[in-house]
Design a protein around this ligand. Structure first.
Ligand code: ZN
Length: 474
């Protein structure tokens, strides 16, 4: 490939939101940005397909953040011969082993469970009864990771450099700014990664740019506005108060990474303000507890308000009545406790983990409530519940949905439509190309329409496996 050219191949999160991966080839280097796990049911088979590039031929992985839909195929990549370096921020580097080992555990459990069930039912499922990767595979990843500070330019070779900028999405999340020597001048390609919201607790505001030649922009919430975050705590108060009065449980499927800490932050504030009834809150996720401990080691990455809270002695993630659940036995006893409680457990989309047991125990109780505080991808159990399916299948059994279902979108770690537009408005001129990824097709199209109307700029919505050459005329 000629010097000065940049080829980009869209390998995931195209017209949907998981499996984020972009392959780049330029000036003698081969790299990928993110190596995510496909989590939507209809795309799960892609996790099992061979990589479309040779893992051994890659020089770098640029990892925007530790979420599984961006990092979850790294164990497979390393197992299949990757020899290069994985570049990530220090927080992402610290979180990655926790996230990948948890994922590997789930993969192993899932495979064992499938094997047992298929044997019992005398059939074979669509996927092999071996794990996609094992804990051992996951343990091999961290030695490849090199941490890169924000706003520090790193030369990947003499014609390509990388700078990470805070994406404000989860702690340690990054946008990747690549500068490469184009045919005539230096060009800038920016991967937004997942863009956060402005004025969120814990994390800083998303970084903005005044110049970019090419942008790959996420569009998860390209068609909607979040609730006004000021009302979030009011909604939580109402829901918890009413459920406790009716004698039910508040079950919150929670992503262990960021969302759990954010929920703790709000519950801690509400408790300090004496706005909640006296109930026990169970954080039934050893992984969320681990992540919380990692967060506490990286105060410098947090926003100034959260840093100030720590310094003032008010711990934003801990409060009276909070109980961290470690063992599975302890987890199973929660539902036999008399009276109401709040249960935070993973996984956030109800695709596995301890939340499934709590859902099985609560979903048919009209006095209980399931509170969704995160994105629910298509095909997941969480999505089925928020879409109002009358019956859902949990661990092979059917349960009627009688519990109340509440969805709070303001807690999203993602920018909404207006935030994405705001992010683009900082650019002084229209980029040569804006690729909208990481959003269902209707969301990406809605954002494309808005960008055209408000800024008069063209955008493109690439499809899976599409390849584009960025050569100054794209
Ligand atoms: Zn993310």
């Amino acid at each position: 490939m000629a010097l000065g050219k940049m080829r980009i191949k869209f390998l995931g999160a195209d017209r949907q939101v998981t499996g984020s991966c972009h392959y780049l080839e330029t000036n003698g280097l081969r790299l990928i940005v993110d190596c995510g796990l496909f989590q939507e049911r209809e795309y799960l088979s892609r996790n099992w397909e061979p990589f479309v590039f040779d893992p051994a031929g890659l020089d770098f992985v640029l990892l925007t953040h530790a979420h599984l839909d961006h990092s979850g195929l790294l164990p497979k990549l390393v197992r299949e011969g990757f020899q290069g370096r994985i570049l990530a921020t220090a927080v992402t580097k610290a979180l990655l082993p926790v996230v990948l080992q948890d994922s590997a555990h789930l993969q192993e459990e899932d495979a064992a469970f499938k094997k047992k069930r298929h044997a019992r039912e005398g059939r074979r499922g669509p996927y092999p009864e071996v794990p996609l990767y094992t804990v051992e595979d996951a343990l091999a990843v961290p030695s490849f990771v090199q941490d890169v500070p924000y706003r520090s330019r790193l030369d990947l070779n003499d014609r390509l450099s990388l700078t990470f900028h805070d994406a404000g999405h989860i702690l340690g999340s990054a946008m990747a700014e690549l500068r490469f020597k184009g045919a005539t001048a230096e060009e800038r390609l920016i991967f937004s990664g997942d863009v956060g919201q402005w004025d969120k607790p814990i994390v800083r505001n998303p970084s903005v740019f005044d110049r970019a030649d090419y942008i790959v922009l996420e569009s998860t919430y390209g068609d909607s506005r979040h609730h006004d975050p000021k009302h979030l705590e009011d909604i939580l108060c109402d829901v918890i108060g009413q459920t406790v009065q009716e004698g039910g449980n508040v079950v919150v499927p929670t992503f262990a990474l960021e969302r759990a800490q954010e929920m703790l932050f709000h519950l801690s504030r509400l408790t300090a303000a004496q706005r909640l009834p006296h109930v026990t809150t169970f954080l039934d996720s050893p992984m969320a507890a681990q992540v919380t401990e990692i967060f506490e080691r990286y105060l410098d990455f947090m926003d100034l308000q959260t840093q100030a809270l720590f310094r003032s002695g008010h711990h934003p993630f801990r409060f009276p009545g909070l109980h961290l659940v470690q063992t599975v036995e302890e987890s199973k006893t929660i539902n036999s406790i008399k009276g109401s409680c709040i249960i935070l457990a993973g996984s956030g989309m109800c695709t596995g983990g301890r939340i499934k047991h709590h859902l099985a125990r609560n979903i048919s109780r009209p006095e209980s409530v399931i509170v969704f505080v995160g994105y629910q991808a298509r095909g997941t159990l969480g999505r089925q519940i928020i879409e109002g399916q009358p019956t859902v299948r949990i661990h092979g059994q059917y349960y009627p949905v009688r519990a109340k279902v509440v969805q709070i979108q303001g807690l999203s770690a993602h920018a909404d439509q207006q935030d994405l537009l705001r992010w683009l408005r900082y650019l002084r001129a229209e980029p040569r190309a804006i690729f909208l990824t990481h959003g269902d097709q209707d969301k990406a199209e809605a954002l494309a329409g808005l960008v055209a109307k408000e800024l008069g700029w063209r955008t493109r919505i690439p499809s899976y496996l599409e390849e584009v050459e960025l050569n100054g005329t794209t």
